[in-house]
Design a protein around this ligand. Structure first.
Ligand code: NZQ
Ligand code: ZN
Length: 385
């Protein structure tokens, strides 16, 4: 069992009606709030009006239109609004993109140099504005983690800032706000959660307890994602997915594991950087092909164990069981209705060499569970076509 530090400083308010606590939550930070949101879903679900009503005693400034795969330009706009209006706290209402954008704004507010350099250099941050979130989609775990992924379309880069300074102070998680998440995004979010778990499970060393914890959340996703797709307002399903997404990406489950590069994520971030695809869709296409590529006598027992525990499949030996596990993952993603090939999402071979180079360089793929080089990544990408 490896040494670890465990500190998740985010206060979580989970469940129906928790939004009523927003004034109390915001009370600590000052009068000037930057409200950050996306393309309008929060208006359609009445959350925008609710926030306005609850925060009449505060000065609300707004940054709207944050795109999925949030962009550097939007981060810069947010920093400008915050500086101009002496913003005290950022309220992110939305999904991972809105929260990530808010985190980068919060850090950029105090950063004197170039904002992209701040994100890409991974230099430790001295300070960030406090962030409060109201989550509207179960996916990234950004509501209780220290990461923020930002795209720079000019350089075709998508990079992660990671620093404890950007942990949200409080996150409000009401599953009812996710009833309106469309099927494609419900599927993509669930796949992202499963992928976060797999990235922490297929690693050089794990613990007995860590395996059980991760398998529990994997099984939860496999059980409840199809239910949430079929019955969008099933509170239990939405609630289990929402809490699962939070637990999946903030190290709660994998403490004691010897972690490695998040290989599928590193490759997917290149895909989103070049083609602006939905993160979970990219992961759905890449993950089974990565599994096929790294399958060997050495990795088969682990895949076999995963298949048996999570998908209840097993064959006559580890190799056969591992192949059945890979097939089960593919079929599960396919059953959620997401595209399963690059061809379907308009991705060709034109950028494979650059994507592979960047994934290895920035994504730490030589330190994966199974180390990958550029040729490996190109082979995986070709399998995705
Ligand atoms: O923009 P709006 O109108 O709000 O619509 C959004 C968006 O189109 C919609 N949506 C969200 N809540 C909704 C809703 N539609 C109807 N009803 C609701 N209640 O869903 C779409 C996707 O939203 P987005 O925030 O982009 O999704 P997600 O939470 O999956 O975030 C994806 C981003 O997070 C990054 C990804 O790379 C991607 O950029 N990640 C962040 C991580 C982190 N911070 O730790 C880790 C992840 O691995 C990931 O890389
Ligand atoms: Zn992810």
């Amino acid at each position: 069992m490896e040494n670890f530090q465990f500190c998740i400083p985010t206060n979580i308010l989970f469940g129906k009606g928790q939004i009523e606590n927003l004034p109390q939550v915001m009370g600590d930070f000052g009068k000037n709030i930057l409200l950050v949101y996306g393309g309008g879903s929060i208006k359609r679900i009445g959350l925008y009006d609710k926030v306005q009503k609850l925060l009449t005693d505060w000065n609300l400034y707004e940054l709207s239109g944050v795109d999925p795969n949030p962009r550097l330009e939007t981060v810069k706009q947010g920093i400008e609004i915050c500086r101009k209006n002496s913003v005290d706290v950022i309220l992110a209402v939305g999904g991972g993109s809105v929260i990530d954008c808010s985190k980068a704004i919060a850090a950029g507010f105090y950063y004197e140099g170039d904002t992209w350099e701040m994100i890409a250099s991974h230099a430790p941050l001295k300070k960030a504005l406090p962030i409060v979130t109201v989550l509207t989609i179960a996916a990234t775990g950004s509501e209780a983690d220290a990461g923020a992924v930002i795209s720079n379309p000019d350089t075709k880069e998508k990079m992660a800032l990671f620093d404890p300074a950007v942990f949200p102070k409080t996150s409000i998680l009401d599953p009812e706000y996710t009833f309106t998440v469309p099927p494609k995004q419900t599927a993509a979010g669930s796949i992202d959660v499963l992928s976060h778990l797999m990235e922490q499970y297929f690693v050089p060393a794990t613990t007995f307890m860590g395996d059980l914890l991760i398998e529990a959340v994997m099984k939860t996703v496999v059980k409840y994602a199809p239910i949430a797709m079929a019955e969008p307002d099933n509170y239990e399903a939405r609630g289990q997915l929402m809490w699962g997404s939070t637990l999946a990406d903030n190290a709660t489950l994998c403490n004691g594991n010897r972690l490695a590069a998040f290989s599928c994520h590193s490759i997917e971030h290149e895909l989103s950087a070049y083609y602006d695809v939905t993160h979970g869709v990219g992961l759905a296409i890449i993950t089974p092909r990565w599994m096929e590529h790294v399958l060997s006598e050495k990795t088969a027992p682990r895949f076999a164990h995963f298949g048996k525990e999570v998908f209840h499949v097993h064959g006559k030996d580890d190799m056969e069981s591992a192949k059945m596990a890979i097939d089960a993952v593919y079929k599960f993603f396919e059953s959620l209705g997401v595209p399963m090939t690059f061809t379907e999402i308009g991705v060709g071979t034109e950028h494979f060499a650059d994507m592979a180079k960047h994934a290895v360089q920035f994504g730490g793929l030589s330190h994966g569970w199974v180390p990958l080089n550029e040729t490996d990544v190109i082979t995986i990408l070709e399998k995705c076509l």
